[in-house]
Design a protein around this ligand. Sequence first.
Ligand code: 5GP
Length: 189
Amino acid sequence: MARGNLFVISGPSGVGKGTVIARILGERDHIWKSVSATTRAPRAGETDGVDYFFLDRDEFASLVHEDGFLEWAEYSGNLYGTPKSSVREHLDAGDDVILEIEVQGAEAVRHAMPEAILAFIEPPSMEELERRLRLRASEDEAAVCSRMRAAEMEMSRKMEYDKQFVNDDIDKTVAEISDFIECARRHVS
Ligand code: 5GP
């Protein structure tokens, strides 16, 4: 069986990555989204083991020490990492795998697995991004500011990705990224 493809999807917090990816997972077979580990506190409605594996800093450090992460990074004061073994298992089983990770992690994946395909989702404008972050209302003012600062840095690195998508319309963005994934799959089979 052919090995699956590894897709990395990045973009500023609040750009709609989660919504786009959820739609793609619902529409396609043989595609799996990696569940990351994080030291961030769960948001309302998030479930341990589904949205993230919520760990404390010591547990996270143990996994780093055991070389359990494909990549990990600090973002906005919290640690985030991609568990290595489950990604490998899914790729070996022929599934495509999506990593929804920030830019430092994407760079690490590109070095560790050069065959990875990297896509960046950008907002129509920074004003619209800030509006969406505030609408989400899960972050306090300091967290919104920290995420907007991180967003400026992430936007400056979007050309490091294989393809960029502007999320100005959710249906359009889902269709474009779905086509992009389909083309990449055909390319290898
Ligand atoms: P949030 O706290 O909003 O869930 O995620 C913050 C940022 O961390 C987002 O850009 C998200 O894509 C990224 N992220 C989530 N999981 C991982 C991971 O395993 N590794 C890295 N490097 N970034 C991650």
